[in-house]
Ligand binder design. Structure first.
Ligand code: ADP
Ligand code: MG
Length: 394
């Protein structure tokens, strides 16, 4: 993959595809950016380009608008970006491919930053329309892809423009690809993967690709109940994917054949409803009574998972251990976050939208070696897929 340092950018207009797909919050003063992690993550690339004497034209999507949609405009992003960068940003509200946008960019000088409107307002973006690619490419002299979170999409502003201009991966993309790459090849052993979240079906391809590479696989979250039921356990009304029981059984067998230790929770925190202050109990994870559901891994499992991770040299974590949004069902997720923070000898990576939110909430994020900004993109990379955005830079 070509990287920023291989691109001559002095006095050039550099189109940068960033991932500013951030949560927006309604406030009395209008829409504001909530968590700005994704904006911050692209600052090193933007600053490096400005220092090298380039002007920067930023492109991003936000949400899934169907055509022009006032609630998905990038105005709040422009504002936050100005604050984070400490300089003004020329925010252009016209369609990115319009003559007005090209016109307004004419006077952009080295050291200046512009932000185009939500690229998904363009009907050609997701179709990777050649006409749109051409119009976008005309706006700059070269292209930098820094939107790791979108790198798994073969869209016009992700992979399409790259074919038309001298192109390179930005620092964020480079860091993501190299950190996640270490989870695929040459990971230090023992290598442990912790998976959780709602559904096995979301993670099958990751499990299958990582199973032969790891020594330990810890499974929590709702996903664990599909495995527990597959082994004959009683799971009450826990979230289970009945069409994945056979698959779960075959993964258990495969783990045995490979000598991988597959750890399921021994106990669970259960309740009859997902609600704050509801009655909870701790029971064996395979003996959940009728009408109750497992909403978190229990205290014994937390200890077992922590101990299992102690000697790991590489750890990847994706998916919360329970319904962490609703206390007290956040205890298992917090325990895993703490365990990760306490193994300094390990290379630790957290990926997935909800797991990253959870680790940020615990305040332990700075103890983790790499926190991936890409949910879908990081999973696809770990499934062993070549991301179209990355392929376009090779
Ligand atoms: P990530 O975004 O980190 O990849 P997922 O999206 O796969 O994670 O899963 C997160 C969701 O899984 C959360 O909304 C959480 O409430 C839910 N979840 C975790 N454990 C359970 C459980 N035992 N029962 C129901 N939902 C669960
Ligand atoms: Mg999620």
């Amino acid at each position: 993959m070509k990287t920023l340092s291989q691109l001559d950018v002095a006095a050039k207009r550099v189109l940068v595809r960033a991932d500013f797909n951030v949560p927006l919050e309604d406030t009395p003063a209008g829409k504001m950016v909530g968590d700005d992690t994704r904006i911050s993550a692209s600052l090193p690339t933007i600053r490096a380009l400005l220092e090298k004497g380039a002007s920067v034209i930023l492109i991003s999507h936000l949400g899934r608008p169907k055509g022009i949609d006032d609630s998905a405009r990038l105005a709040p992003v422009a504002k936050r970006l100005e604050a984070l960068l400490g300089q003004s940003v020329l925010y252009i509200q016209d369609l990115p491919s319009s003559p007005e946008t090209a016109q307004k960019l004419q006077n952009l000088k080295p050291g200046q930053v512009a932000l185009l409107e939500n690229i998904r307002f363009e009907p050609g973006e997701e179709k990777n329309d050649p006409e749109l690619c051409k119009k976008l490419a005309h706006l700059g002299d070269c292209f930098v892809l820094d939107a790791f979170g979108s790198a798994h999409r073969a869209h016009a502003s992700v992979s399409g423009i790259a074919a038309l201009l001298p192109s390179a991966g930005g620092y964020l993309l480079e860091k993501e690809v190299s950190s996640l790459g270490k989870l695929l090849d040459g990971a230090a052993k023992p290598y442990a993967v912790i998976l959780g979240g709602a559904k096995v079906s979301d993670k099958i391809a990751v499990i299958e690709n990582l199973l032969p590479r790891v020594q330990m696989m810890l499974i929590g979250g709702a996903m664990a109940f599909t495995f527990i039921k597959a082994q004959g356990g009683s799971v009450g009304k826990s979230l289970v994917e009945d069409d994945k029981l056979e698959l779960a059984r075959s993964l258990i067998t495969r783990a045995k054949e490979l000598g991988v230790q597959l750890l399921l929770p021994s106990d669970a925190t259960i309740a009859q409803a997902i609600a704050n202050g509801t009655e909870t109990k701790t029971v064996a994870a395979n003996a959940i009574p009728e009408g109750w559901m497992g909403l978190d891994i229990g205290p014994d499992s937390r200890e077992t998972f922590k101990t299992a991770l102690l000697n790991a040299k590489t750890v990847f974590w994706n998916g919360p251990m329970g319904v962490f949004e609703t206390p007290p069902f956040d205890a298992g997720t917090r325990a895993v976050a703490q365990a990760l923070a306490q193994i300094p000898q390990a290379f630790t990576v957290v990926g997935g939208g909800d797991s990253v939110a959870a680790i940020n909430e615990t305040g332990l994020a700075d103890k983790i070696d790499h926190i991936s900004t890409g949910g879908g993109a990081s999973l696809e990379l770990l499934e062993g897929k070549i991301l179209p955005g990355v392929a376009a830079l090779q």
